[in-house]
Each structure stands twice: as C-alpha cells, then as structure tokens.
Design a protein around this ligand. Sequence first.
Ligand code: DX5
Ligand code: ZN
Length: 207
Amino acid sequence: MVEIAPSMLGADFGDMRRAAELVAPESGYLHMDVMDGHFVPNLTMGSDLVKSLKGIAPLDVHLMITDPCDFIDDFSEAGAEIISIHIEANNPSKAIDIIKEKNIKAGIALNPSTPVDAIDFVVDKVDLILVMSVEPGYCGQSFHETSIERVRNYKEKYPDKLIEVDGGVSTSNSKKLIEAGADILVAGSAVFNSEDPIQTINQMKQG
Ligand code: DX5
Ligand code: ZN
C-alpha cells in the first residue's frame, strides 16, 4: 500500500508542530526538505528543526545539499528514519555508506534532467530511489509527466527497492504514480494548501 509523506516545506514554519500533528495520523512519514543555498538556490531547514518533529511520525529527510557526507551524523541524531542524498551531489557513494552505518534507510535522489542510469553505480547499496518530479528547490511547481515512466522503469528494474516520488504530486496524478509502482508519494502544496489535508491524503492513497 502506498504511503503519503507530506512535505513540511509546504507547511507554515511558524506552526510546524501543529501542521505535523494534523497530518501524522494518515501519513507514513513527514518529508523534511533540507536545502543549503548552494546545491539549490534556497535555504530551508537544519537538523534542529528536523529534531523538533521527532516522534510525531517517522522522519524522511531529503538532503538537497552539495556535501551530504558532512551532515549525515546530525540528521541521523535528529531522528531520521530515511536519509536521501542526490546523485548530483559530492561523493554520493561515500554518503550512502555513512547512512548505512547508522542502520537507517538510505535513498538516492535524482533530478528530472538526470539520466535514469546515473544511479547504476550506487543502486545496489540503497533501500530507496527518490524520483524528483520537479527540479529541486521549491514547493508548488508543476509535475513533470515524464516522471511516471521513470517510476515504472525503476520499479520493473528494481522491484525490491522503495520508489518515492517528489514534486508536484497531487490527487490529479497519484493514481498514475501508484499504478506505475510508486511506494511513497511526497506532497507539499497539495496537502497544506488543501482545505482538508487529511481528506486530500486519503484521496491520494486511494489513487
Ligand atoms: C522540492 C522538494 C519537494 C517539495 C514538494 O525541492 O524536494 O519535497 O517540497 O512540494 P510540492 O508537493 O508542492 O511540489
Ligand atoms: Zn523533497
């Protein structure tokens, strides 16, 4: 069954705990978008903010940072259950080894413009493939339709890996993504701009 991971980047940062507690009962994970202003042109959250939500729901940390190796200790200690790093970042193979040493799930993320086979040299070591369906950096961008085929391709090739999709996910594309084999759907604006976030999450789960 598909899990929904609300992206907390789409929530009100002044009221993050309340937003997390609201969505947690129907969410598999809280998705935490960490940006360094270098890998992407935006700054978001550090490990202290991630830690402040520990225990509300499992934490899925998406590192959009140039040097992930330097920060894995911090996010592991903050309570991450999944840490994903980008194939386009520095030393992805070493970063995955460090994550696995923490006995948590390791994910490899890739941008929509990155060829699918770019992850071949690390894929055996990861638990999860994070298919970006927008260019990373901001909430509220339009979904790249080509992501559906990328999900299908990965699920066929790697049926034992979790496939997570992130960016522009909503009730208008969740069905196609689930049919293509997605295991985790990340959604920021679709959930937090909704009048009824719980109903939106449940609609996405049903496809
Ligand atoms: C984009 C982030 C996403 C984003 C999702 O760089 O990785 O997790 O917050 O937000 P929506 O669902 O609004 O595209
Ligand atoms: Zn993300």
